[in-house]
Design a protein around this ligand. Structure first.
Ligand SMILES: Cc1cc2nc3c(=O)[nH]c(=O)nc-3n(C[C@H](O)[C@H](O)[C@H](O)COP(=O)(O)OP(=O)(O)OC[C@H]3O[C@@H](n4cnc5c(N)ncnc54)[C@H](O)[C@@H]3O)c2cc1C
Length: 636
């Protein structure tokens, strides 16, 4: 209460010079004044008396849920605070409905970042999850690890050998991965971790491609002729390979199995020391400006408070709502994801001094890297219209309409026999790695996902548009560039109201490597054109839908790529690094925020370089490592 009382002392000193009546009036205000001050300007002096939990974790996505559950399992008392609801429904459980979860408004938040920059003024729809389990409750379930060199790169950047591939793959992958698609005789895979990772349940693990559908086996042969991939998946030990996309699915039940399940499992194991508050939005970190100790968080109870929610009130202001404070004895761990984590830091006085001063936020730590270094996996769709509605799965997929309320024959199949239905998968048929020039040995630049829908990327009204084209009438190859280097994107708050969304600029292709990446896309598009026109598979193709025959020259294809690029893995906005030497590093190798005590970040925002092709599993592994750092520090 130290800073609360000092203004009162000066007020009473001043009061001595006035009449007794004035003193009485002022003193009579004290009981009213004290609690009000305590709520609006909370401070760390109140912590000892009010601390209940050892750790408070803000955000329950792959980062927050992993670290919170590990701490709870180690018998610390943990409060996990999540802005969204505790929701577990048919849409989030059914893998084939992953896209439809975005129509579930109470659990979805929609951002509209600039594809390039505010000046260029082209925005794109960018959904995230605001629900228990985070974006992993609505993501596309792809569960891939990273290239070992990426862990070694983090070890080199930070000087912390615990990030080495040897340690991350040897120690943390087994904690995470329960590989249900791996064959029993595989010796190099992990089958006892908490995250179920499976090929689509309806496929059943098979070393052979085992595709009975003539169109798809023709397509596979055409790919094989060009890339020499072995149809026996177990022989494809290199990255030049096709593969069944590993997904966060429980193969026995055919349902999504991810962070939500992990949270619920640990909650039942540790009911007395693992506590979860949902529909609770953290608006500020409580940090003592003198000691720089973080001791608690300010929060507001309620649902759909954040203005990225389609259900939020556009006029909601922090000034007009009831705020409360909760304190932690040990540490606060921020896990709000790539945009809400930097937003919370900036609102709390940690960030670029110029930005904070412009908004009138007292600077607690000048950290110019907060909100910078944003990176993304750029994606482009290549689409052909098929001549007939091919049934391209080894399961009944006729007339799938992805509708949970009407008579969807595929949903009926799924409900009757989940593990035999394509709804037990994210609808991907199979995938390949492919490299374009310049080739990095053992590190392909791209992954291609083959999907039997007209999928032009996640953009405004994409679900409504896709629904106009019956399932199986188009074949999309989603090309995802996995080794992007561009780190020019950023995220900045625009007001001091925590419910407002920040300004987000992706800055695709704007760095010096941009032309290389655009050129890689052009090479991939030309490869696919050749595949679909000059192979046996061409007999199934009606025409190229996207880009379309009007885009032929490099210049034309480049224009197409600039218009159609999208992504959904934004990251790296609180980058980890050597905090002694790198002025833009926000956290050190143990995820501790530079210059601030008892504050860590554990989510996708801490990666210095965008991880792998898909970030969820790398976040799980990184969070396990950070949990170890926290536990070791607490016990030493
Ligand atoms: C449509 C879509 C498809 C995707 N597909 C894949 C895929 O197939 N494979 C893959 O690997 N990745 C995929 N991703 C990306 C992946 O899901 C995310 O990168 C990952 O979930 C990020 O984890 P995180 O813990 O950093 O943050 P999030 O998962 O975003 O979780 C952050 C949580 O913190 C909460 N929160 C934030 N701020 C506050 C606050 N102030 N107070 C309280 N709570 C707060 C949020 O509500 C949210 O629940 C996809 C994402 C989307 C949206």
């Amino acid at each position: 209460m130290r800073t609360d009382i000092s203004p009162l002392i000066s007020v009473s000193v001043l009061a001595c010079t006035f009449t007794t009546i004035a003193v009485v009036i002022i003193l009579s205000l004290i009981p009213v004044y004290l609690p009000t001050r305590q709520l609006t300007v909370p401070d760390c002096a109140a912590r000892k008396a009010a601390s209940v939990y050892d750790y408070i974790v803000v955000g329950s996505g792959p980062g927050g849920s992993t670290v919170a559950t590990r701490l709870a399992l180690n018998n610390f008392s943990v409060l996990l605070i999540e802005a969204g609801p505790d929701y577990d429904g048919g849409d989030t459980r059914t893998p084939g409905f992953w896209a439809q979860t975005q129509l579930n408004l109470p659990i979805t938040i929609n951002f509209y970042p600039y594809l390039y920059s505010k000046e260029n003024d082209t925005t794109i729809l960018y959904p995230r999850g605001m629900t228990l389990g985070g974006s992993a409750q609505l993501n596309a379930l792809v569960a891939m690890t990273v290239n070992p060199s990426e862990w070694d790169n983090i070890a080199a950047i930070t000087g912390d050998s615990n990030w080495s591939s040897q340690n991350m793959i040897g120690k943390y992958q087994p904690l995470v991965e329960n590989c249900q698609y791996c064959l029993n005789n595989d010796t190099d895979t992990n089958k006892n971790g908490w995250a179920d990772i499976s090929a689509p349940a309806y496929r059943k693990p098979s070393p052979q491609l085992n595709i009975t559908n003539p169109a798809i086996s023709t397509l596979f042969e055409a790919i094989n002729e060009r890339l020499n991939y072995n149809p026996n998946v177990n022989e494809n030990k290199s990255y030049d390979s096709w593969f069944y996309l590993p997904q966060s699915i429980n193969q026995d039940e055919g349902i999504r199995s991810s962070t939500y399940k992990r949270i619920k499992t640990v909650q039942s194991l540790r009911p007395s020391n693992f506590h979860i508050w949902t529909n609770t939005f953290v608006t500020k970190l409580i940090i003592d400006p003198t000691t720089k100790n973080t001791c608690g968080v300010q929060y507001v109870k309620g649902s759909n408070l954040y203005k990225a929610s389609p259900l939020a009130s556009p006029s909601l202001n922090i000034k007009n709502v009831k705020k409360s404070v909760i304190y932690a004895k040990r540490e606060i761990i921020v896990s709000g994801g790539q945009w809400l984590s930097p937003q919370l830091l900036q609102l709390s006085g940690i960030g670029d001094r110029t930005l904070l001063e412009k908004l009138g936020i007292p600077v607690i730590q000048d950290l110019p890297g907060v909100g910078k270094n944003q990176q993304e996996h750029s994606e482009i769709s290549y689409i052909v219209k098929l001549k007939t509605n091919e049934n391209i799965y080894e399961s009944n997929n006729s007339n799938c309409i992805f509708n949970k309320t009407s008579n969807d024959p595929c949903l009926i199949d799924y409900l009757n026999n989940p593990t035999a239905s394509i709804y037990s998968s994210n609808l991907n048929i199979f995938s390949i790695f492919r490299s374009a020039e310049p080739i990095v040995p053992n590190f392909p630049d791209s992954v291609f996902l083959f999907v039997p829908q007209r999928f032009t990327g996640i953009r405004t009204n994409w679900l409504q548009t896709m629904a106009q084209y019956p399932f199986g009438t188009y074949l999309t190859v989603d090309i995802e560039l996995g080794r992007n280097k561009n780190n020019l994107g950023n995220v900045y708050i625009q007001s001091t109201n925590p419910f407002d969304t920040p300004l987000i600029e992706m800055k695709h292709f704007q760095d010096e490597n941009g032309p290389v990446e655009v050129n890689q896309f052009i090479q991939h598009i030309r490869f696919l054109r050749d595949l679909f026109t000059n192979s046996q598979f061409s007999k199934y193709v009606d025409y190229e839908d996207l880009p379309g025959s009007q885009f032929q020259t490099d210049e034309q294809l480049s224009a197409f790529i600039y218009e159609y690029v999208w992504g959904h893995h934004a990251c790296c906005t609180n980058k980890m690094g050597n905090t002694e030497t790198d002025p833009l590093a926000v956290v050190n190798s143990k995820a501790q925020v530079k210059g601030i005590n008892n504050l860590r970040i554990c989510d996708i925002s801490i990666f210095p370089v965008i991880p792998g092709y898909y970030p969820m599993v790398p976040i799980f592994m990184a969070a396990e490592k950070i949990a170890d750092d926290i536990i070791i520090a607490a016990k030493s």
